[in-house]
Design a protein around this ligand. Structure first.
Ligand code: ZN
Length: 229
């Protein structure tokens, strides 16, 4: 597969042909719309108002986030939610710090349109800004009920959480929902070579370190997920 095929462009955030726009303005995969509506309706029946914080993200958007974190103009957090002094890091350690919460451009699952960062609007005041931090989704957090609900209900509609638990790569992201019927085939199609070709064509911040460690980063952060069960 190379970058001239639509599939590679879709996988790496360079195509939007597969997307539709929801009423709230978020872009999702057109073949996920029905399942998402069904999940929302089922949640509503249990007094949960599913809302999207983030859905599709383009390569350019991910590259802007990536660059801002590399430059230190956007905060980078560790597993304890403490800010990392990114300017004191270099090489692979710097990439690993960033990749705890941010994917390499071209390798974000959000490129596919099958991924949603969600919260429960019924559990918080109208003006609440979801921070997408673990505390919100655990124990006494406002979205603990949503987390519990997803444990038993999400799979009935084809959804799972690839970052439900920390596996040594991406941090636990209980808010990140994935539509398995499409996302699983996207992950199989996103080969190391596809990602490599994409980055050669579209260089990013810390390009040399990324390319020098790409195989390891791919194994630890891209394909190292909590499988759909
Ligand atoms: Zn996400």
């Amino acid at each position: 597969m190379n970058m001239t095929t639509p599939a590679a462009e879709m996988l790496t955030g360079w195509s939007q042909d597969h997307l539709i726009t929801l009423a709230g303005g978020h872009l999702i995969h057109c073949k996920m719309q029905m399942a998402w509506q069904q999940l929302q309706q089922a949640a509503a029946a249990d007094d949960i108002e599913l809302k999207i914080v983030s859905a599709f993200r383009s390569f350019q958007r991910q590259a802007a986030i990536w660059q801002a974190k590399c430059e230190g103009s956007r905060p980078v957090y560790n597993l304890a939610q403490q800010q990392v002094p990114i300017s004191s890091l270099s090489g692979l350690a710097k990439l690993e710090a960033i990749m705890l919460y941010s994917a390499i451009p071209g390798a974000s699952r959000h490129h596919w349109g099958t991924e949603l960062d969600i919260y429960d609007a019924a559990a918080v005041p109208k003006n609440y800004q979801p921070q997408l931090i673990p505390n919100e989704y655990q124990d006494a957090g406002p979205f603990a009920k949503l987390s519990q609900w997803l444990n038993s209900e999400a799979s009935k509609y084809g959804f799972f959480r690839p970052y439900q638990f920390y596996r040594g790569g991406v941090a636990a992201e209980p808010w990140h929902l994935s539509y398995a019927p499409i996302a699983n085939s996207c992950m199989r199609a996103l080969s190391l070579d596809t990602l490599h070709q994409c980055l050669l064509q579209h260089p990013i911040a810390e390009q040399q370190t990324v390319l020098a460690n790409l195989k390891q980063l791919y194994q630890c952060y891209v394909i190292n997920i909590c499988e759909d069960t």
